[in-house]
Ligand binder design. Structure first.
Ligand code: PLP
Ligand code: COI
Length: 353
């Protein structure tokens, strides 16, 4: 573990193709860390190492005590750097901690570490107009060695960042997704509403299968009845039906900050919002559909194929995103880039970088 003075390091020129970044890991200058030991959170540490030292019997490695978050920082047209809704992510990781019997990180520590991680890696924030952003990945892991199944008493909370491009390679262009009943991602009253690594491990098999069949993601159904739509790979799902924004109400999906923001924007725009059960068959009646999330932003859906029944729901016949999705996408991006008024106070401006 290194705790170093950030400005003492010589930095080589960055040679990044900002406009063509994948959604992936790019090494940056620093990450920030904080340990929970002896019943309290310690000092925030700055590290240049991209590895961690962990006991081979740590609960994170054996019993899945791992939770994480995802948020983004954007460089605006005015040169300012804005982080989108970090308090929401701070609250959600606390709920995930409760769900996995881990120590919740205080919101102030979370927010201070987000600021620090962005400030220290300012040269990795993609320029305005590139379409890319700085992805911020906080994570918490159980560090205590334990062979018995029990909670750790020591934790590491850390934040790494990486400049990223779009999650779905096509960006704001419709892609096709599929329904596959042979897989579940989570259990009905399981960990679906928490952001924990195990949910993603459980989604790899179905995700790979969907990719092999040429789909960008799986649209998961509710794991109890396999009757209602749940969520779409690493993103929430929404559709537009008769001009109304509809999105699943479910106990087994992650409460998405992006979806919550889109619902608020709909209300601002006078678009009605319904958060409720959506049956698979109702897809035949929708005008638009999309996956939404920090990584996905809004990824419009062109077609949804039900692999088990053979039904094909054509959402975008002309291969273009729908009018409501486009309006919401432009407004959300505009707020994040400082081009639209931030009437809800969602952005935190990181000064002097
Ligand atoms: N659902 C899942 C399973 C996710 O991994 C994510 C990504 O964080 C989302 C939904 C979208 O959530 P948010 O908008 O907070 O990024
Ligand atoms: C995010 O959108 O922040 C996510 O966490 C998705 C990620 C699993 C790719």
């Amino acid at each position: 573990m290194q705790n170093i003075e950030p400005n003492m390091i010589m930095k080589e020129e960055l040679n990044l193709d900002w406009a063509n970044l994948p959604f992936g890991y790019v090494p940056t200058d620093y990450n920030v860390r904080c340990y929970y030991r002896d019943g309290k959170w310690g000092e925030i540490e700055v590290s240049t190492s991209d590895t961690i030292n962990i006991h081979m019997a740590a609960t994170a490695l054996h019993y899945g005590q791992e939770i994480f978050e995802g948020l983004k920082a954007f460089r605006g047209r005015d040169g300012k750097v804005r982080v989108f809704r970090m308090e929401e992510n701070a609250q959600r990781i606390r709920r995930s901690a409760e769900g996995l019997c881990m120590e919740p990180v205080p919101t102030e520590i979370f927010c201070e570490m987000v600021r620090k991680a962005v400030e220290l890696n300012a040269r990795f924030i993609p320029p305005y107009g590139s379409g890319a952003s700085l992805y911020i990945r906080p994570l918490e892991i159980g560090m205590t060695p334990s062979v018995g199944v029990k909670s750790a008493t020591e934790y590491l909370f850390m934040i790494l960042v990486s400049p990223v491009g779009p999650y779905f390679k096509t960006g704001f262009k419709p892609t096709n997704i599929c329904i596959m009943r042979e897989y579940d991602r989570v259990a009905p009253k399981g960990t679906g509403r928490f952001k924990t690594g195990g949910n993603y491990a459980a989604s790899l098999k179905s995700g790979n299968h969907a990719h092999e069949l040429g789909y960008s993601a799986v649209l998961y159904l509710d794991p109890r009845d396999k009757k209602y739509l749940d969520e779409c790979g690493p993103a929430n799902f929404f559709a537009i039906k008769n001009g109304v924004y509809i999105t699943p109400a479910s106990e087994s999906i992650l409460p998405s900050v992006t979806n919550k923001s889109l619902m608020a924007l709909c209300e601002d725009l006078g678009i009605k919002v319904e958060q409720r059960h959506i049956t698979v068959e109702e897809l035949a009646e929708v005008e638009e559909a999309g996956a939404c999330g920090t990584a996905a932003v809004i990824s419009p859906v062109g077609e949804i194929d039900d692999i088990d029944t053979g039904e094909k729901y054509i959402i975008s016949a002309d291969g273009n995103p729908g009018a409501v999705s486009t309006r919401l996408y432009n407004l959300l991006r505009g707020i994040q880039l400082g081009e639209e008024e931030d009437t809800h106070g969602w952005n935190t401006v990181i000064e002097n970088i």
